[in-house]
Ligand binder design. Structure first.
Ligand code: DLL
Length: 440
């Protein structure tokens, strides 16, 4: 009889046993990091913590945090925990020079990552008899390679479609009878519209989709499920902690099970760093238990979440996280790309403007748009309309090369962007993608 798990013995392990396994792995991992990652060894020494002080997960709170800034400062090799000859792959975030994170993998690390993705596929009902259509981007982005690897592990026929070229996507989907779709939720919604427009819904064999990499609402889930005639499951992850599959939804569709044999999750107060009890909302922090090439301990994700150990009807015992409910920094995911306002600011300052700007992010026809109003300097007004268009064009090109996505730029008169007495309101996100948790 078919079961609903990829690794039943681990996914349904009694909680006490999971904690025991985590403790054993943590002790070993702390030793590995202390011995091999100079930067973290120094951090531990500064905090007065020795590997011997970490006897199990109850001691986790003694370890110092790692932030994205630490990764940036140590770019590219500072966190690598094995000789480079043992690394077989890198993946990277969509960020640019200043914010780029490069994550390294040994062959075993890739194996673990792909197993986590295979678990997500099985939780969405996939078997080796399925045709898995992967429309996440391939290359440096983790989406395509992660789900691709998971699908191979499961033995499913894998279509490495990558993103874009919607006509071809639909053609393969109908010709090859794709049954599981993996892509961002906004692309799934767009595909649903295109399929309707082309009148080919009857030729589509999809039964489920695994959608993540950006925030999406329950309303979007309902729309996608209706337009594609499928069950839509959430999947979460980040490049620093391997990629997609850190956690995934099961048939309950209420919260994502974290692969606790490989990651410990904590929720902290982002202002004080204090660990919060289960059920409270705070910043999600991950410790990698098994990754050797890029072994991050207590990495602050900046995603705001809630954890819950309530019994799940699917039988999995691994803790669940809510959908991300916001960010504790100002990062936005636009068209699947991680965008920081500081990147925009860098471009403006480098091109003779000041940081008087406002970003307006919206979603039209299931596609994100980002516009940036920028004040020209009082002593440098555009000479005429042509000059204004030319200057806007220059900024568009510079922003495109910094972010990798198109930003619509409008130069505006000085002092027309509202000033604030406190923190400047740099971003108006009209998409309302974050909502209250459905985890009870
Ligand atoms: O987005 C990995 C991924 C690929 C996840 C495919 C799921 C599917 P990064 O580009 O490093 O990695 O971006 C990580 O994206 O910190 C969240 O803020 C956001 N994010 C990822 N998954 C979700 C999700 C990939 N399901 C950042 N819901 C994370 C909301 C998500 N936000």
């Amino acid at each position: 009889m078919m079961n609903n798990y990829f690794n039943p013995e681990i996914e349904t392990m009694p909680v006490e046993e999971i904690k025991k396994l985590q403790s054993e792995r943590l002790v070993e991992q702390v030793r590995h990091v202390f011995d091999n990652v100079k930067f973290y060894r120094k951090k531990m020494e500064e905090a007065g913590v020795r590997p011997a002080d970490i006897k199990g997960i109850e001691d986790l709170h003694k370890l110092p945090f790692i932030t994205k800034d630490d990764l940036r400062d140590q770019y590219p090799y500072g966190f690598v925990g094995v000789p480079l000859k043992d690394c077989v792959r890198i993946q990277s975030t969509s960020g640019t020079t200043g914010r780029r994170v490069v994550s390294f993998y040994t062959q075993e690390d890739l194996d673990v990552w792909e197993t986590c993705c295979a678990r997500a596929l099985v939780a969405a009902g996939a078997t080796s008899a399925d045709v898995v259509h992967v429309s996440y981007g391939y290359g440096l982005f983790t989406g395509g390679p992660g789900l691709n690897g998971g699908s191979h592990k499961l033995g499913s026929l894998t279509l490495p479609m990558s993103s874009g070229n919607t006509d071809r996507q639909i053609q393969f989907m109908t010709d090859l009878g794709s049954t599981i779709l993996c892509c961002t939720p906004s692309y799934a919604a767009y595909l649903g519209e295109c399929i309707k427009e082309r009148g080919v819904k009857d030729e589509i064999r999809l039964k489920a989709g695994i959608f993540g990499a950006e925030a999406w609402t329950e309303e979007m889930r309902r729309n996608i499920e209706k337009s594609l005639g499928i069950k839509a499951y959430d999947i979460y992850g980040l490049t620093e902690i391997s990629g997609p599959g850190v956690s995934f939804e099961c048939k309950e569709q209420k919260g994502m099970h974290i692969n606790e044999d490989h990651f410990i999750a904590e929720v902290i107060n982002p202002a004080t760093g204090e660990v919060l009890p289960e059920g409270e909302k705070g910043e999600l922090v991950f410790t990698c238990l098994t990754k050797k090439a890029f072994p991050l301990l207590r990495y602050r994700t900046r995603d705001i979440c809630i954890l819950s150990r309530k019994k799940c009807s699917c039988g999995r015992t691994h803790i669940k996280m809510s959908k991300p409910l916001g960010r504790s920094d100002d990062m936005m995911v636009v068209k699947g790309v991680n965008v920081f306002p500081s990147q925009i600011e860098t471009v403006l300052l480098a091109n003779g403007y000041e940081a008087n700007y406002q970003l307006i992010v919206d979603r039209k026809n299931n596609s994100d748009t980002i516009a940036c109003d920028v004040e020209w300097l009082p002593d440098k007004p555009p000479k005429d309309v042509m000059d204004k268009i030319e200057r806007e064009g220059q900024l568009i090109a510079k922003l495109k090369s910094m972010l990798g996505i198109a930003v619509k730029v409008k130069l505006v008169e000085p002092k027309t962007i509202p000033r604030s007495e406190g923190k400047a309101v740099r971003i108006i996100d009209k998409r309302n993608l974050y909502e209250e948790s459905t985890l009870k």
